[in-house]
Structures are given as C-alpha cells and as structure tokens.
Design a protein around this ligand. Sequence first.
Ligand SMILES: *Cc1c(COP(=O)(O)O)cnc(C)c1O
Length: 430
Amino acid sequence: MRTFERLESEVRGYIRSFPTIFTKAQNAVLTDEGGNQYIDFLAGAGSLNYGHNNPVLKQSIIDYLASDGIVHGLDMATSAKERFLRTFEERILKPRKLQYKLQFTGPTGTNAVEAAIKLARNATGRQNIISFTNGFHGVTLGALALTGNRKFREAAGVPLTHVHRAPYSGYFGMDVDTIAMLDKLIADPSSGVDHPAAVIVECVQGEGGLNVAGLNWLKKLEQLCRRYEIMMIVDDIQAGCGRTGSFFSFEPAGINPDMVTLSKSLSGFGLPLSIVLLKPEHDVWKPGQHNGTFRGNNMAFATATTALNHYWGDGRFQASIEKKAQTVTQYLNKLVKNYPDAEMTRRGRGMMQGLAFKDPALADHVTSIAFQNGLIIETSGGRDEVVKLLAPLTIEPEKLLAGLDIIEQAVAETVSQAKGNSFTKKEVEA
Ligand SMILES: *Cc1c(COP(=O)(O)O)cnc(C)c1O
C-alpha cells in the first residue's frame, strides 16, 4: 500500500476501509494480490448491479471493440447510441407507459444532477430547489448544495445556496406529515421559502442511510408538485436500475416524475454513463447549452443495450431480485431479534437494505471485522451508523447467504467485544 500512501492524494477513501490491492473480480467476488477472495457487498456503491465482469456484457464490449466500433464520438450520432436509445424506449419506457426524452450528460452522476437542476431553473425561471434531509446528490457545487452530508458540504469552500432543505419522509417519526409541512411553507407567500423550481428526491436514500420514502408520501409529494407547478426530479442514480426490485425505484408509488437522473448501474458494466430523462415539454435546452467532452460513452452504450435486452426483456430478473431481497429481509430481521444488545434496526427496500446501529462505532466495527473475514461492505448514513448491503443483483444465492453469515459473525463478535469494552468508541465523524 506504500505506493498509494506516497503518491495518491489524501482524498482517497474506500481504499482506507479495504487496505489490500485487488487484481481480479467475477460477479460478486473480488480477488486480491495475495489470492484472497472477498464477497462484494459494496458493488461499486451500486454501479455493479449485474456483477463484476458479467460475461454477457463483457462479450458485447469485446465484440464492439473487435468491430472497430466508435469509442469516442462526442455527442455525435453513432449506431451504438441509436441502438441504446431504441432499446431504452422498447424495454424501459414503453412497458411503463413513460414518455421521456434522454439527455446524455457528462459521465458522472453528479453531472446528470447538475443538468437536471439547471434545466428546471431555466424552464421555470425560478432559482430555489427543495431537497431533503440526508439526501445525497453528488459533490459538484450545484449538486453539493442539494446534498445534506456535512463532511462533503464543509469541503465546498463557498456558500451553498439556492436550496431549501425539507424534512424527508419519516424524518420526525411516522406521526409527523412532512408533506403537509412543506405544503404550508410553499402555500404561505411570506413563509420565506421562495417558490421552488423543483424538488429533488431519492425514493430510498443511498448514502443518507437507507431511509425509505413511503409510497403514499411520494404520491403526495407528486400531487404537491402538480398543485404548485413545481418540477419533480427523482434522483435514481443509486436506487434505480433494479436495485429496489423494479427498474425505477418510484414504480411501486405509481408516480410520473418530470425528470429522472440515472447513472451508476446504467452501463451495466461499471463504465461511466449518465442520463437525464425529461418530459418533452420541459426540453427548453438550446443546442449544446449543457455540454461535456464525454457525453454518452459508446462502450457503455454497447453494454447498457445488452443489459437492457438481457435482463429487462421479461419479468424474470425482477422476480429474482425480489426473491433475494426477501432472503435479506428475513436474515436481517433475524439478526435484529437475536442480537438485542447491538441495538439495531433494519432499513431499506429491495436489494438496498442494511442495519442501522444506535451506536455508530458498532457499525464501523462490524464492517472492519467483516473485511477481515472476507466481506466488502461499507457504512452509510449521517453518522455512518448504517451497515449497507449492496450485493450485485446477480449474486449466487449461496454467496448471498455466505455474505450474510459473515455479517452475523461480525455482529456477534462486535457485541461480545462491546460488552467487554475491549474496543474504545471511535470519535464519530459527522
Ligand atoms: C452516487 C450518487 C450521485 C453522484 O454520482 P457520482 O457519479 O458519484 O457523481 C448522485 N446521486 C445519488 C443518489 C448517488 O447515489
């Protein structure tokens, strides 16, 4: 690891939690230089829903390169892009009766968020955006202003403005209707909350600690947006592409957002690719007004098209996700019940679930023991108090169980060590 310590900036992050040098990966297993294998419950923070080096996707990219397909084409028309657009329409939009145009942004998720809020501001002529407590939307300045996490906000260096923070679903407990609160603030011309251009929301908060928006809450948020002519943006960068079961995380709520951002697992292969889905009537962009050298990544188009055809042509993949999600739910419920001293609750939906610990130090301890025992898993949440399971959706059922068993072992060890006070509580970074 010395090369990294000497040459790589202090900004490096995940490398610190998993201090080994990885060489290879297949589906849900990573291998390091020493030949040690690790089950991957991080999956590129949700970028590898179809696993590492998925053979079907790998073949499509090999074929594409072998045929001298365009690798870089700015945002010019290519046959790979045309195939992706048609497939996305056929496999995703049409069956869900959704009508969106696609905007290809720069390759990162945060760039899709920047494009969406810029468009909302331009289309409405308003500046204010509503974002929610504990939301995470990226770390470039516009998206960072929407993000709640203090560590990221502190690094901004300038004021983060033009955003009003509203309490998320359940933020004050289930008895407080946070939509009614927001409604009153918007309805009152002198509340001090400027009429917003848009609200941006994650249906399950990925980085914010697996908080789940109630389906009825989402419906009421949509109604509020319609009533006050505010655009509703769903940031589906982490929760989308099947992570919660359905392709979009908002499907079970039956809503129809004005814009949707997608990135992380969109390419299917871990390649950077980001889009904004926008209702045609909002498409007020002038040609090239939001640009970027790497808009639309043709290799990613090739793998994304294959992923959509292979996994989303019928309901089988979705059914398999739901089955695995049930396994996770049952297993985590069992842990919550069997280890009361750990003071855990289960959080999340679909294949983005986790364990929230009352004491964040315990969550941290669980992930480091898990790593020693061959499982890659991270924490999330405002106090890093949630152990977050993001296994590839394609994980073999026995590997899923093996990973869950490692978590159980880590929880058991953590509880017994905490009782003996054999580890001191770490200062919790905010
Ligand atoms: C990861 C993420 C982003 C930012 O994507 P980057 O590619 O890291 O810029 C934005 N929104 C959500 C919900 C995310 O999970």
